[in-house]
Design a protein around this ligand. Structure first.
Ligand code: GRF
Length: 192
């Protein structure tokens, strides 16, 4: 049977969409078993529903601690037999409790060439620094923010006169190509 992905989102979900598309097209031999959002208003939830994928909103605000929230998410992912967790614009820091629940089985996509510009506003950081090349990175998640072994990267030029919006849009096009490919690569390694 195809491996099961659990996708965690907080917002618009265009990377989720690229994963759903790759699955539908048969380019990614996996199924998305569950989409979890910490925000009830995340537009990405509608993308999951449209694709017939179950969704769950787990509001981080209703838990006394990060670990309690993480345990609730872990529970949902385990109940859906998730083999690989894909963070796709998920805006919560994961605690060691979460990372240890899925060792080597959590991926994140970040809009810079890590280790440059981790954290929020990576595209703005790149523009402010003045780099001429930026890009996107898919990496395994460890206990540090935007850290962990790099699975795949794509470089994107920073052009004269770029704004945060124009650079972000150029990077996003590449994110949508990179993430499904990187997921396929990791699934292959996990099944070997
Ligand atoms: C992407 O730029 C991703 O790299 C970052 O958050 C953004 C999410 O966008 N981690 P979307 O919700 O997938 O459209």
């Amino acid at each position: 049977m195809n491996p099961t992905l659990g996708v965690l989102i907080s917002g618009r979900g265009t990377n989720l969409q690229s994963i759903l598309n790759a699955v539908a097209e048969g380019a990614l031999r996996a199924r998305v078993g569950i989409v979890v959002s910490n925000a009830s208003g995340a537009p990405g939830l509608a993308r999951a529903k449209e694709a017939g994928v179950p969704t769950m909103v787990i509001d981080h605000g209703s838990f006394p601690s990060r670990e309690d929230f993480d345990r609730a998410v872990i529970d949902v992912l385990k109940r859906h037999d998730v083999d690989l967790v894909c963070l796709a614009g998920f805006m919560r820091l994961l605690s060691p409790v979460f990372v240890r629940a899925f060792p080597g089985r959590i991926l994140n996509i970040h809009p810079s060439l890590l280790p440059a510009f981790p954290g929020l506003y990576a595209q703005r950081q790149a523009l402010q620094y003045g780099v001429k090349v930026s890009g996107c990175t898919v990496h395994l998640v460890d206990e540090e923010l935007d850290h962990g072994s790099i699975v795949a990267q794509t470089a994107v030029p920073v052009l004269e006169g770029d704004s945060v919006e124009s650079l972000s849009a150029r990077i996003l096009v590449q994110e949508h190509l990179l993430y499904p490919e990187a997921i396929a690569k990791v699934l292959e390694r996990l099944s070997a």
